[in-house]
Each structure stands twice: as structure tokens, then as C-alpha cells.
Design a protein. Structure first.
Length: 363
């Protein structure tokens, strides 16, 4: 059966003014924007492959000097265009009408805590003033919040702050989207930004407060094991659909299953058409077969809703593993970290020995 890719997160640039320590893009190659000719080719190819929806991301897509051309081209190609940014700063406001939805990532419950995470003084005020401009122009925004061990119980406070201190009308907010931080990019090899089981109760109570106080829709982009969340909160949750209807592509045309996986190892759309990659990649085939899901989960009545949570919540060299919080995963996190370190050390040693041999050949 063909798997149809309905939405592609297109990372048009790695550049971003912020320097979050858990940034999924990582540290390398963050200073230069890709040429527009490359982005244009990718957009045309996405249209050829019948992709209908694109989410422009980065880095910060609003820093991209040719954003206006990207948006106009996307509109002419018939894409439904969404954008996620940590500034929502648009030089040319006439392009706003071509964008269907705007999402802003708010990193903390005050200017100080946001700027601390972003490691960029003034980042919060800059973002808020741009949100206010959008709202004054009649647009509504999605608020994206990261649930981490530092923020899991103050997301309500973030919304309260937006409403009461920043005077952002709740009616101008389309939804609140909750994200988890995975150990990739700058957060590679650490679980310190990932939620623990004991955070889940307070997190969902905090979200319930947002829902009850502001009647806002809460959306989860990232999955959680259903069995760890009280049943009354199950309507918040959804399975990870990345690898089925959603996928991710970077400024070089490299494809990833998950929008927050910077390794882009499924293939390149200039070597193989996107739909072919999406339907023949051994990584995706393995992901969809679910053989990686623990035995107990395979028998679980909630499996189709849960799909064993977030497949990239654990430290892994692969693309999918049971959620780090899954009660049936055989992987103890400490032991796992050690194993991954051993694998990596092994790989480094192998690479070094290849390099030494190459050097010896040259001599
Ligand atoms: S996580 Fe987002 S805001 Fe933070 S540095 Fe990365 S791209 Fe920028
Ligand atoms: S693997 Fe799925 S649930 Fe996990 S971060 Fe990626 S999109 Fe979210
Ligand atoms: S599939 Fe596994 S992780 Fe998900 S609810 Fe069932 S037992 Fe829990």
C-alpha cells in the first residue's frame, strides 16, 4: 500500500539568532544561508511529487533573505504554507497573505526565562512585538511550547503571561502546541531535556488549567505512551505520524522521517524522487512494521493510538526505538547511554584506523 506524504516540514535555512542548548539542528554549518536556487529546485520537486502542505522552518525561516521569493513561489505552486519561527519577523508584510498559519515558539514563562533558553537577550520582546503586529493585522497564531524538566509545570504561567502581561488576546491564539525535546543536535547524548515519568502528572494538570481557563485547543505534535497518562487526558494525545503522513526535508533536499531529526538519512530527493524514498526506504519500512515495539505493546489495545510514544525520545543511533518512558521497553536509560557511547567510540576508532591506513597509503 502506498503511503501518502501529506505535509513536509521544509527547513529552509540552518541560521537562527537564538542559540538554544537543545537545538535539534546542532552546531555545524549554522552561519550561512543556502542559495535561493537550491530552495527553488526543492520547492519545484516537492510540487512535482504532489506534496500539498509545507511547513517552513529552520533554524529561523524569517532570517532567510529570500523568504519573500520562497513564499510567492510556494503560493504559485499551490502549496498550503505554514510557518514556524522564533521571531515571526517579516521584512515585507505583503507576503503575509500567502501564508495560511503562523506558529511561534515561546521558550519560557517570562522574558528572562525565554531569553535564557534562547541564550539571546531581547529575543522574547522581539518575538512578542512581532506577534502583536500580526494580531493587529488580523492574523491568528499558534503558540508552541516545549515541555522540558524546567517548564513542565509552568506552561499555564506562560499563557497567563501572554494574556495578562503582553495583552495578547486569547481569541487570537489558534491553539497551544506541546513539543518534547529529543536527544538530537545540541542535545545529543543527553536525556537532561527529556521529561521523566514523574513530570507527566503535573504537566497534564497544567495543560488542563490552560484548557479550562482559556478554552484553548491543546495539540501534541509529539507522542507519549498512553498508559502513563491519566485516561481523562487521553484526548490530548495522538500517535507520532511522522514517517506516515508527515516528513521532513532540509535545504539540501535530504529527507528525515521526524521533523526534529537533523541527520536526514533517508535519502536525497535529487537522487531519488521523494515519493519513492517515502515508500521504499528500509528505515521507514522497518518503522512502519513496528517490529521494534515491545511484545507487550504489540498486544496492547491502545497500540494504534499510541504507537509506543516518541520513537526518538531515547539516545539512539537509529531512527526508531520504544519511547524512553515506555514501561515495557527493555532499555534502561543508563545502560543504553553506555551502550551508545561504546558504539560511538567503536565507530570513532574504526574511522581513525581507516584514516591512518589512508595516510599510510599516501606516504
Ligand atoms: S531550537 Fe529553534 S530557536 Fe532555538 S536555536 Fe534552534 S532553531 Fe533557533
Ligand atoms: S519521532 Fe515523532 S514523536 Fe518523536 S520527536 Fe519526532 S515527530 Fe515527535
Ligand atoms: S502501546 Fe505500549 S506504551 Fe503505548 S499504551 Fe500500550 S503498553 Fe503503553
Amino acid at each position: 500500500m502506498t503511503v501518502k506524504l501529506e505535509m513536509v516540514a521544509f527547513h529552509i535555512t540552518p541560521v537562527c539568532e537564538n542559540r538554544c542548548e537543545y537545538c535539534y539542528i546542532g552546531d555545524t554549518g549554522r552561519n550561512a544561508h543556502p542559495p535561493y536556487s537550491k530552495i527553488e529546485k526543492i520547492m519545484n520537486e516537492l510540487a512535482n511529487q504532489d506534496v500539498k502542505n509545507i511547513l517552513l522552518g529552520g533554524g529561523n525561516p524569517c532570517t532567510y533573505p529570500h523568504l519573500e521569493d520562497v513564499i510567492k513561489l510556494g503560493y504559485n505552486l499551490g502549496f498550503n504554507i505554514d510557518i514556524i519561527s522564533n521571531t515571526l519577523h517579516f521584512q515585507n508584510r505583503t507576503i503575509l497573505r500567502y501564508i495560511s498559519s503562523f506558529d511561534a515558539t515561546i521558550l519560557g514563562s517570562s522574558a528572562k526565562s525565554h531569553d535564557n533558553v534562547a541564550r539571546n537577550e531581547g529575543a522574547y520582546n522581539h518575538l512578542i512585538s512581532n506577534i502583536q503586529k500580526l494580531i493587529n493585522d488580523g492574523y491568528r497564531i499558534g503558540v508552541v511550547l516545549n515541555a522540558t524538566p524546567k517548564t513542565y509545570n509552568n506552561l499555564f504561567l506562560t499563557m497567563k503571561n501572554l494574556s495578562e502581561k503582553e495583552n495578547i488576546p486569547i481569541t487570537s491564539i489558534r491553539y497551544v502546541m506541546i513539543q518534547r525535546i529529543i536527544p538530537q543536535g545540541r542535545a545529543s547524548y543527553t536525556l537532561k531535556y527529556g521529561l521523566k515519568k514523574e513530570h507527566l502528572g503535573p504537566l497534564f494538570s497544567d495543560l488542563e488549567k490552560i484548557r479550562q481557563t482559556y478554552a484553548l485547543k491543546i495539540v501534541f505534535e509529539d507522542a507519549f505512551p498512553f498508559c502513563l497518562v491519566e485516561e481523562r487526558f487521553h484526548d490530548y494525545l495522538s500517535p507520532c505520524v511522522w514517517g506516515y503522513t508527515k516528513g521532513s526535508i532540509n535545504w539540501n533536499g535530504d529527507v528525515s522521517r521526524c521533523g526534529a531529526d537533523p541527520r536526514f538519512e533517508l535519502g536525497n530527493i535529487f537522487e531519488k524522487p521523494l515519493n519513492e524514498i517515502w515508500n521504499t526506504s528500509p528505515i521507514l519500512t522497518s518503522f512502519r512494521r513496528k517490529a521494534w515495539v515491545p511484545q507487550e505493546c504489540r498486544k496492547c489495545p491502545l497500540l494504534e493510538k499510541c504507537r509506543c510514544g516518541c520513537p526518538l525520545s531515547n539516545i539512539t543511533m537509529g531512527d526508531h526505538e520504544p519511547d524512553i518512558l515506555c514501561p515495557y521497553s527493555a532499555i534502561c536509560s543508563d545502560r543504553h547511554i553506555k551502550n551508545v557511547r561504546l558504539q560511538i567510540t567503536d565507530q570513532i576508532l574504526k574511522n581513525e584506523s581507516i584514516m591512518i591506513k589512508d595516510e599510510q597509503k599516501k606516504m
